[in-house]
Design a protein around this ligand. Structure first.
Ligand code: PRX
Length: 630
């Protein structure tokens, strides 16, 4: 417990929460991890299975291309499955799933390993080998977990593409990763409707030359086109004798890639963030254990989609590494009614519930009665991720969902960090809206333009000063961009792209992105993606996109469009353009508002000044305009 009185509104942990937590004394752990940083992570790594131990914990000879547990041999999938199958957890449930229409499937650790082995054999029989890229495009169904773990088992690099993305986004990701195999579902259920994933994939595949095989998972059963020689039904392959042969996992180097995940950055196309087997495993295992305080009897529900990093680290890998039971739900939170999530918590006895502020704000609107119909007493811990949580939503979550007895773990991290970086633990005092402090041993700072630390309560750029095991290793196909984007502005420090301030207690408050990334409903989109989708429409000459505050989504997209000469400005065209963006990128990128402009504000060097557009929209002072062209 803190000795000095803390500032602001503070929620202190109960003695029971402290007594039950893995980490009872944060300061002690922080001191230990700071004094012996490598030793701290080495000890954590020692809790996992390695075919061979590392020669060096951290190799920082070639900054910022750090290596962790170099020389070590492991496989994250072994640690997610085999480790547990060898213990009393063999028949424990690894995965409990509910479909949107109410059907259930459950897998014990033994059963999940069996499915992964069969799937791995299929991949091997198609010639998939270590280092090959496999793209996965489906909804939240158990097969997505099996597919990810199978790629890891054979040493292939998975690239999961969010099922809500559309043709262009999928095509770009298939192409950039040179994927050999695409694993796709025929369709996905969302709000009672079918999203025709295979149909979208067929269109995307027209321009993805590297793809040799398409494995189709039957989910919805609607008719789909199967291209002979390329497309195969997964269930048919899984029944072949070859799938049921014995299977041995690949023994991989700690630094062998586990996955790439595309995410939006400051400029241009989304970039492929690459994570590895060893460090990512140690990072997600440890943070999951300490922050969500995972115990054998827990049922953990992370509502994120596996298409985003939260789904990778804390729906699949983190919980399975800890031998927990994962719960996964296929559909929308308010389908068929706004109590769907709460009914799932009650029905499945969920103990730990991890979700996003945007979802909470969306569900809050329906009123407390929908929640209060359900017995949520199984809950022990709550979590939030993806964007700053506004104190109002925090308090609703705490009171109405957690009945004032469940601490909220507001976890700040990124696709690039792989694991929680700023986060409470159940035994620390909480302040609504702050993720508290950096994870023990992680050193962060808030800097001004010149690189000096700002004073308490002043805003600045959030940076990370020391390497951590689950950090991004490189950008697949574009290593220079890793250096430029993250390590150049403040040499030697990792630049997060967020602005933040630190209060008198050292608690960090995230303000938001300082680059051209827009968080819409917690999803990360780049202005560049939206703009290039708009410009790909035949009527558009130029476009600019900005994020505007939105009550539920956090931000929504406003776009400003200059039409080609002679094109008429009509309402119908606005509709067409919105549809066009939705078709190209995905429905999440659809602009809320589109305005036609005769010119766009630019710097003399031709860069669009989005902040001028935003200031105009917000009715505030646009600040320094000296670089504006006219
Ligand atoms: O701006 C921060 C915001 O999400 C960004 C990272 O987005 P992404 O890579 O998609 O990962 C999201 C899930 C880890 C960050 O730069 N962000 C994430 N978590 C929080 C947050 N902002 C405030 N509070 C959080 N807890």
């Amino acid at each position: 417990m803190q000795e000095k009185k803390m500032t602001g509104e503070v929620y202190y942990p109960s003695q029971e929460a402290i007594d039950n937590a893995h980490i009872k004394n944060w300061d002690e752990l922080n001191q230990l991890a700071t004094e012996n940083y490598e030793g701290f992570w080495e000890e954590r790594a020692n809790e996992l299975h390695w075919y061979k131990k590392w020669d060096r914990v951290l190799n920082d000879d070639d900054k910022p291309f750090f290596k962790w547990f170099e020389g070590g041999k492991t496989n994250i999938a072994y640690n997610c499955l085999d480790t547990h199958v060898k213990t009393y957890r063999k028949n424990k449930l690894a995965l409990v799933w509910e479909g949107e229409s109410g059907e259930n499937r459950v897998f014990s650790y033994f059963a999940l390993r069996r499915e992964v082995r069969r799937f791995s054999n299929v991949l091997k029989s198609l010639g998939v080998k270590k280092g090959d890229r496999v793209t996965i495009y489906m909804g939240r169904v158990p097969e997505i977990v099996v597919a990810m773990l199978s790629c890891a088992s054979v040493g292939a690099i998975h690239s999961v593409v969010y099922g809500g993305f559309s043709v262009e986004a999928l095509n770009e990701r298939l192409d950039d990763s040179h994927s050999k195999v695409l694993i796709v579902a025929d369709g996905a259920y969302q709000r009672g409707k079918v999203i025709p994933l295979k149909e979208i994939a067929d269109e995307a595949l027209k321009r993805a030359a590297s793809v040799e095989h398409v494995l189709v998972v039957k989910r919805t059963g609607q008719p789909v086109n199967m291209e002979i020689g390329r497309d195969m039904w997964l269930h048919e392959l899984l029944n072949l004798p070859i799938a049921n042969q014995p299977f041995e996992m690949e023994e991989l180097d700690a630094e062998d890639p586990l996955f790439i995940l595309y995410t939006s950055g400051t400029t241009g196309k989304p970039k492929a963030i690459l994570h590895t087997h060893g460090g990512y495993m140690v990072g997600t295992y440890t943070t999951m254990k300490y922050v969500f305080d995972i115990k054998d009897e827990d049922r953990f529900w992370c509502t994120a989609d596996p298409g985003w990093v939260t789904g990778h680290s804390y729906l699949v890998y983190g919980p399975l590494l800890n031998g927990a039971t994962i719960f996964m739900y296929e559909g929308a939170p308010n389908f068929p009614y706004p109590n769907r999530w709460w009914s799932l918590i009650e029905r499945w006895g969920i103990n730990i519930f991890y979700t996003a502020p945007t979802a909470l704000r969306g569900l809050m609107r329906f009123g407390d009665a929908w929640v209060n119909r359900h017995d949520l007493s199984s809950l022990r811990l709550l979590g939030s991720v993806g964007e700053p949580i506004n104190p109002e939503a925090w308090k609703w979550f705490h009171k109405v969902i957690g009945k004032e007895k469940c601490p909220i773990m507001d976890t700040w991290w990124q696709t690039e960090t792989g694991m929680f970086m700023i986060t409470p633990m159940p035994s620390v005092p909480l302040k609504p809206g702050s993720g508290t402090r950096p994870f023990p041993g992680i050193i962060m700072d808030i800097l001004d333009e010149e690189g000096n630390s700002v004073k308490p309560n002043e805003e600045g750029f959030l940076v990370i000063k020391n390497p951590w095991p689950a950090m991004v290793r490189t950008i697949f196909n574009d290593p220079n961009r890793l250096v430029e984007q993250y390590w150049t502005k403040y040499p030697g420090y990792y630049m997060t792209g967020d602005s933040a301030r630190r209060d008198d207690d050292g608690y960090i408050w995230i303000i938001g992105r300082v680059d051209d990334v827009i968080k819409v409903s917690g999803y990360r989109l780049g202005t560049a993606e939206i703009e290039s989708a708009l410009v790909s429409h035949p009527a558009v000459a130029e476009a600019a996109a900005i994020g505007m505050p939105h009550e539920v989504k956090g931000n929504s997209i406003y776009a400003y469009v200059m039409l080609k000469q002679g094109v008429e400005k009509t309402e119908k065209l606005i509709d067409d353009l919105r549809q066009h963006v939705s078709h190209e990128v995905g429905p999440i990128a659809k602009p809320e508002k589109i305005e036609f402009m005769d010119s766009l504000p630019k710097t003399r060097s031709g860069k669009i000044m989005r902040r001028v557009l935003k200031a105009k929209e917000l009715g505030v002072d646009p600040g320094n305009l000296s670089t504006l062209e006219e």
